[in-house]
Design a protein around this ligand. Sequence first.
Ligand SMILES: Nc1ncnc2c1ncn2[C@@H]1O[C@H](COP(=O)(O)OP(=O)(O)OP(=O)(O)O)[C@@H](O)[C@H]1O
Ligand SMILES: [Mg+2]
Length: 318
Amino acid sequence: MWNIDLTDLEELKPHADRLFEKKKSLDESRPLPNSALQRIRTDLSIEWTYNSNSIEGNTLSLRETQMVLQEGITIKGKTLVEHFEAHNHEKAIDYLYTLVNKNYVLRSIDVLSLHGLVLRSIEDDYAGRIRNGGVRIIGANFTPPNANKVSDLLDELISFVNENTDGLNDVLLATIFHHKLVWIHPFFDGNGRTVRLAMNLLLMRNGFPPAIILKNDRKKYYEALNQANNGNYHKLYLLMLQALERSLNIYLNAMPGNTYGEYEPISHIVSEPEFKYGQEYISLLARQGKIDAYKEGRNWLTTREAINNYIKTRKRDR
Ligand SMILES: Nc1ncnc2c1ncn2[C@@H]1O[C@H](COP(=O)(O)OP(=O)(O)OP(=O)(O)O)[C@@H](O)[C@H]1O
Ligand SMILES: [Mg+2]
C-alpha cells in the first residue's frame, strides 16, 4: 500500500551523496566544544520554531520568537495563541531531544505526544488525539482518508518506517514518512507542525541535525506535497536534502579547521570581474541541489570551491 516510485530520484543521488559525506565528516570531527554545540542547538531550535509556526500562519518574526522564548517577553499586537504556539513548539523540541538516541524506534505514541505538546492549551480537546471526523486540506489535490481508517493507516505507516524493507536512506525514509503522515492527516489541526517535528526523530536518532523547512519555501513545500500525492517524490526529497544540508553546514562552519570553504552570497561571487558565470545560472544550480549551497533568508549562499568543483566535473563528463 505504500509502494513508491523511486525511478526519478536517481538524479538527486549526487546531492544525497554529498550530504552523507558531510554527515560523515561531522561524525568524525566530533565532539565540538559543549558551549558551541549548545549555542547552535538553541539557535536552530528558535529557527525551527519560527519557521514551522510561520508556515502554519503564526505571525511572530524570527526575532520576536527569539524574544518570547529566551526572554519570556510578550509581544504587543500578537495573540495569546501565537505566544503559546512558540512556547509549545519549543517544549516539543525539548521532548524530542529526550527521545532521540541510536536505538530509537519510531512509535505512534511519540507522534501523539508531540502533537499533544504542539496544541497544549490551544486545542486541549484534541491535543494528542487522532481525529474522529473528516478534514480537508485547502489547496490540496486530494481529500484525506476517512476518520475510521486513520488509526490503522498510522500503524501501517509506523511499521513501514521501522521495517524499511527497501533499505531507504535516512533522508528518503524521513521524506516519505513526512508525506504519508500529512496525507493520512491524523489530526484535526497541527498535522504539519507535528510531522515537521516527527520526521526529525528519524533523522536525529542517526546523528543528523534537524531539517528545517523554511517559511520562505512554503509555496514550494505545498507544491512538493501535491506532487508526492501523485507518487512523485522528487521535489519533496530535494527540499528535505536542502533543509538538512543547511543545518549540516551550520555545524560544519562552526568546526575548527572545516574544509568546506567560505559560504558567500551568490551575488557576491558573481560580481567579481573575473567570474565567468551569471547569477541566474549559479542560482539555478543552487536551487537544483547541483552545487553545495544553502539558503539564508532570501539569499543563496555557496562557496567558490563548490562552483569550481561542479564546473570541473561537467567538463569531464562532456
Ligand atoms: N497538497 C497537500 N498534500 C498533502 N499534505 C499537504 C498539502 N498541503 C499541505 N499539506 C500538509 O498539511 C499541513 C497543514 O495541516 P494542519 O493545518 O493540520 O497543520 P498545522 O500544523 O496546523 O499547519 P501547517 O501544517 O500549515 O503548519 C501542511 O503543513 C502540510 O504538511
Ligand atoms: Mg492548521
